[in-house]
Every structure is written in C-alpha cells, then in structure tokens.
Ligand binder design. Structure first.
Ligand SMILES: Nc1ncnc2c1ncn2[C@@H]1O[C@H](COP(=O)(O)OP(=O)(O)OP(=O)(O)O)[C@@H](O)[C@H]1O
Length: 379
C-alpha cells in the first residue's frame, strides 16, 4: 500500500539501509522563512528501478534532489545509500565525493567540445577505469553513435540530453539523479527521448531518482512514485498502487484510471490486435508494431469502464472481465461515483452515474462484469 509521510525520526529505517536508500532532511531556506517553505521528509526508497519524485511547482522536488546530491546542506540531514552514509549528524560528503550522476533540465554540455569530447572529459575526471564494453553499451543504450563527432552546439535538444545522460552513466554512478530532463524539450523531442529512458529504466541496475511534474512521464517511466506537497511527502508507493487509489492526488478529473503491467502473449494479424496478459487478466489492444513477449504498460481510464450484471456477448466491446466491487466513493461531480473493482489480481476503477450505481444495486462484494471500452498502451 502507498504510505504517508512521517517526519519523526525513523531509527529502524536508518539501520535497515544495507539495500535501499534512506533520506531524512529538514531544511528551511533562510530567506524564505516568512513565506514558510521547509523541506521535511523521511523516506525509504527502493534500491533499484526508477523512483519518480512528482509534485507541483514549488513543492520541493529539486530541493530534495539537491540535498541528496549534497548541493544543499539541510540543517538536519541523513542520507544512506545502500549502507554507505553520505550524510549524518557527523558526516557530510561533499558532492564530488558522492558517487552520483546528475542530469539537469538543460544538458550543460561543454559547448567547445564534441559529444565524444564531453564523454571523454567526464570519464577522465571520474578517475574510475571503465570496464570493457561499458562505453559501447552506454552509446548504444542512448543511441548516440552517429552524433559522437558532432560539436555539442550542433546537437538537437533531445540529442544533447541523451549525451548528458550518457555522460552521467559513464562516471559509473551508484545513484542517478535526473531533474526534469525533458522539461526544456518540445513535445516531439520528448516523445523521441522517452523510449531511451524506458530502456534505461529496464536495463540499469543503478537506482534512478527522477523529478517530474508530468503525469505522462510518471506513468510511463516510474516503478515507484513519491508525491511531494509543500515540502512533505504526501504519499508514496509502487506506481500501480499509487494510481489505483480512488482519490490519488496525482490525478485530476478525467485522468482517473489504473496502470497495469503486462506482456504481449498473442497477436492477431488479421485484425491488427495484440493480447496482453496482465496478472491473470487478458486484454486485447490495437497492435502498434509491438512484438510478442514484449513487456508493456497499459492504462485503463475510469471513464472507459462500464459495468454489467451479466456477460454481454452482443457488444462491440472486446474486453470483458469478471470483477467484484471493493468500494464506492463520490466523485467531484455530484452525479458521478467512482467504483473500485477487484479483477483476478489487479484493481480497476469505473466512473459511473449514481443512477447506474442504484440501478445495478452496486454494493461492496457484488460480483459483475466490467466492459473496457479502450485500453491505451502507455507511450
Ligand atoms: N536557494 C534558495 N533559497 C531560497 N528559497 C529557495 C531556494 N531554492 C528554492 N527555494 C524555494 O523553495 C521552494 C521549493 O523549490 P523547489 O525548486 O525545490 O521546488 P520544485 O518542486 O522543484 O519546483 P519546480 O517544479 O518549479 O522546479 C520554492 O518555494 C522555492 O522558491
């Protein structure tokens, strides 16, 4: 289950950080005391995968990342990275001694160097010998082979960011921090770079902390989500859990819906459809060139789910799943209700009128069929 923030001292977490990351910071910006911004977090994060730090502008995402990097010194701070203390009451490792890579909104490449020159400079500065093939693997992962000899000023915004990410990876960080790496790109460039970030997330063993205020990026990239509000952690948890909360603060109005992880297990070439198996529930989606066996994420909006008491074969809807009602809560619109449903092993949310809730006599535990009008691959 997603957990809420605790700002009290978490001694147990500090002791159990051989694997995960533990961050506790209390920081008050000296010149913002009047406006009252304070960062107050106490977080244990997974040791691998991509953790999205999400929240509105000014909620403290960058400040948290800067504290972790040692770029900002919290009045009270504790950061333990897989058993290594980077900050405590008595220790403060300066940024250059922390084995981390930092990717900023702007690529910050040296403009007088080529892409390759930027990478070589970073490797030399890190002083850590490169294992065989790492250079080639990183170039391949970021797809920058063809631009290596270009001067960094000649690169597109997306290429610059891919070189900047490669540069951060080549210093062999134990932690990769990314602060809105797509924020300075237009939508076309964002779409171009997202598949590289997906590949990075699924290939890299190093944990990634990724600041964003884009729901799309979070849904597509995150394994784990931390939602920041007013310098505090409002909620955190696995991406599927966080999105399946009926009142997820991540979502606004018609965005309500769930994310499922699945695998393409069948393709129907006649109708250009793919079957995705998601934890016991199979769904047909349009085939957009996906390959058999591919892991995918799908998004099912609450507005695309309707409920029937019996199995309707005479319907245009392809996806029908047996479900049980878990809970019914009021939507912001007084005419509408949000119904959380249990499928085989997942949660589904339907947005219905209260009239339909009454008509179907919906109540907790009631078994019925969910018809899913549209399933989108998250991309
Ligand atoms: N060096 C500083 N001195 C004083 N106040 C600061 C400083 N850095 C940030 N702040 C303030 O702290 C608050 C949190 O800023 P922060 O940049 O961490 O937010 P954010 O969630 O990353 O926002 P955004 O999404 O806009 O980048 C803001 O109110 C900001 O104005």
């Amino acid at each position: 289950m997603p957990t809420n923030n605790t700002t009290t001292e978490n001694t147990e977490s500090i002791e159990n950080t051989e694997k995960g990351l533990y961050a506790r910071f209390h920081l008050q910006h000296s010149n913002t005391k009047s406006s009252g911004f304070a960062l107050n977090v106490d977080l244990t994060l997974p040791e691998s995968g991509l953790t999205a730090i999400f929240g509105q502008s000014g909620s403290g995402k960058t400040t948290l990342l800067r504290c972790i990097a040692g770029l900002e010194r919290a009045q009270q701070g504790h950061f333990v990275m897989k058993g290594e203390i980077w900050q405590s009451d008595t220790i403060f490792l300066p940024t250059h001694k922390r084995p981390l890579g930092y990717v900023f909104q702007e690529s910050s490449l040296f403009t007088h160097l080529t892409a390759k020159g930027n990478l070589d400079y970073a490797i030399k500065r890190s002083g850590i010998p490169l294992p065989a093939n790492l250079y080639e693997q990183v170039i391949d992962l970021m797809g920058i082979e063809s631009v290596l000899t270009n001067n960094s000023q000649q690169l597109s915004g997306g290429e610059k960011q891919r070189v900047a990410i490669a540069r951060a990876l080549l210093i062999q960080p134990k932690l990769l921090l990314m602060d809105e790496p797509l924020a300075s790109l237009d939508n076309a460039r964002k779409q171009e770079i997202l598949p590289y970030l997906e590949k990075l997330r699924s290939t890299l063993k190093t944990p990634i902390l990724y600041v964003s205020h884009s729901v799309e990026e979070v849904m597509r990239l995150a394994d784990h989500v931390v939602l920041m509000q007013d310098g505090k952690v409002a909620t955190q948890g696995h991406v599927e859990e966080v999105f399946s909360q009926l009142k997820s603060p991540l979502l606004v109005n018609n965005d309500t819906g769930v994310i499922w992880q699945g695998k393409i297990i069948e393709q129907d070439n006649k109708w250009h459809l793919s079957k995705v198996s998601c934890a016991g529930s199979d769904l047909w989606i349009r085939n957009n060139g996906d390959t058999l066996g591919q892991n995918v994420r799908v998004r099912i909006l609450a507005t695309d789910v309707s409920l029937t008491l019996t199995y309707h074969e005479d319907s245009s809807i392809l996806n029908r799943l047996p479900v049980k009602v878990l809970e019914i809560v009021a939507d912001k619109d007084p005419a509408m209700a949000l119904v959380r449903l249990q499928t085989e092993q997942n949660t589904l949310i339907a947005r219905l009128t209260y009239r339909s809730v009454e008509h179907l006599a919906l109540a907790e535990g009631k078994a019925l069929w969910a018809q899913i009008k549209s399933v989108a691959l998250v991309r």
